[in-house]
Design a protein around this ligand. Structure first.
Ligand SMILES: [Zn+2]
Length: 213
């Protein structure tokens, strides 16, 4: 029993292995893929039978993408990636809770992924609901609650004309910050220089991803 427990603990213990590529290189790979997609030159890599076979023994994704569940923004397609390339977490409004943070921890700690990209997008329905405020049905209330601080920040910053756009940006910033400061695993990975976290916005009209300043 003790041995079994030890084996279990060992298998989930922290991995000290560092990714063979840097966060910056991983970001470049995503942006190169997005440029191919947006220009109509997608190559649809890593979707062969051979790739399928190669991945049976394990996965080595080079990036985590935290995005919105919006059907128009599937990360594998807009970044022109294939099987085993990116570790994707999607919720409406790309909001994070303990379970989604745990998914990122798994990717960073066990798969040694060097980059987390948080992707907001134009016209996000979840952020729109938070901007509108008022009563929402069912569990939507808790979803909107996650986004509400971003709307308040955008309001404080002024410029009511672009409230939705600014709220979308603030929401991405807040999610980046939440991931960056999540203790102990993610914050330590950032401190050790093993993890880069960036925010970005996807533009529905151009298909282009713009990295946040
Ligand atoms: Zn959305």
């Amino acid at each position: 029993m003790i041995l079994l427990l030890f084996a279990l603990v060992s298998s989930v213990a922290a991995s000290e292995e560092k990714s063979s590529i840097s966060g910056d290189q991983a970001l470049q790979m995503l942006m190169d893929g997005n440029a191919r997609f947006a220009s109509g030159n997608a190559t649809h890599p890593n979707q062969s039978e051979e790739r399928l076979t190669d991945l049976v023994s394990g996965q080595h994704p080079f990036a985590v993408v935290v995005g919105c569940s919006d059907s128009r923004i599937p990360p594998e397609i807009i970044f022109d990636q294939g099987l085993g390339d990116i570790f994707v977490i999607r919720t409406a409004g790309e909001v994070m809770d303990n379970v989604t943070i745990a998914s990122i921890e798994y990717a960073v700690e066990h798969l040694n992924v060097p980059l987390v990209l948080v992707l907001g997008h134009d016209g996000c329905g979840a952020v729109t609901a938070a901007v509108k405020g008022g009563e929402v049905p069912g569990h939507l209330n808790s979803l909107v609650g996650f986004i509400q601080p971003a709307v308040e920040e955008a309001k404080k910053a002024g410029n009511e004309d672009n409230l939705l756009e600014n709220s979308i940006e603030c929401n991405v910033d807040n999610v980046v910050e939440e991931i960056r400061t999540s203790e102990p695993i993610l914050s330590e990975a950032v401190e050790k220089g093993n993890l880069t976290i960036v925010g970005a916005c996807y533009h529905l009209d151009s298909g282009l991803v713009e990295i946040s300043e």
